[in-house]
Design a protein around this ligand. Structure first.
Ligand SMILES: [Zn+2]
Length: 238
């Protein structure tokens, strides 16, 4: 018959979290029952606590549990290294924030957690990205620090930004046509060529205006496909 001593159980847990079945070490019904008694007394005394590693409940010392260590084990158990050297997170990957894990019910970026655990600074303006451009990668060696600004590089101008640029060009007299002339083009039934000659611009520009690519009317329509109430051009044309 196996003996279960409180001290030896605590000693085992001091080395790190262990699952209940591994802690009991025996499947024998009597052994399990006696283990249960000792285990419950430790629990009642508040000496041990449950921690989750992956989807499995483990038991750990209530005091002196290194939360980071538990977290690292959770992360390790749910990721796989591939031949490229990337450590791929098998859990949820947020399109914007990357690999995510729940800590105290709150979703957290694993890359940021690892970066911070490694003693490196992460403030609000700092982003942690992967140089390998693998969405799911959490390999510290592949992570690099960036700034929120980096994300904007290479991104298409937003419609608002393009309007501001166009307004600035018009204000500087660099625009080929005025907004009024562009509306005239849209209202006209004449050919692109005729209008191009009349306004002294290319046919491509006339075509762009007619397809609403150039000299866009900026109006606030809440629903795509629905005519917004504040679009003068569309109302005239209808
Ligand atoms: Zn990687």
């Amino acid at each position: 018959m196996r003996e279960y001593i409180r001290e030896s159980i605590l000693e085992r847990l001091a080395a790190g979290p262990v699952m209940y079945a591994d802690l009991a070490e025996s499947r024998n019904r009597d052994c399990r029952a006696r283990f249960g008694q000792v285990f419950n007394s430790l629990r009642a005394d508040g000496l041990i606590k449950k921690v989750w590693i992956g989807q499995y409940p483990h038991w750990a010392l209530a005091s002196g549990v290194d939360e980071n260590e538990v977290l690292i084990r959770r992360i390790e158990e749910n990721s796989r290294q591939d031949s490229e050297g990337c450590i791929n997170w098998l859990g949820y990957v947020d399109p914007r924030r990357g690999p995510m894990i729940r800590v105290d019910q709150k979703p957290q970026s694993i890359r940021r957690l690892l970066w911070a655990m490694n003693g490196r600074e992460v403030d609000y303006q700092t982003t942690i990205r992967c140089s390998c451009e693998n969405e799911a990668c959490i390999n510290l060696k592949h992570l690099k620090k960036g700034s929120r600004k980096d994300k904007a590089i290479g991104r298409k101008y937003s419609i608002v930004h393009r309007k501001k640029l166009a307004d600035a060009q018009r204000a500087n007299g660099k625009a080929k046509l005025t907004m009024e002339q562009a509306r005239e083009v849209r209202a006209s039934a004449e050919t692109n060529r005729t209008l191009a000659v009349r306004f002294g611009v290319s046919e491509a520009l006339i075509s762009g205006i007619r397809r609403d690519k150039s000299y866009k009317e900026f109006h606030a329509g809440l629903f795509p496909g629905q005519q917004p109430a504040n679009n003068p051009h569309q109302q005239v044309a209808a």
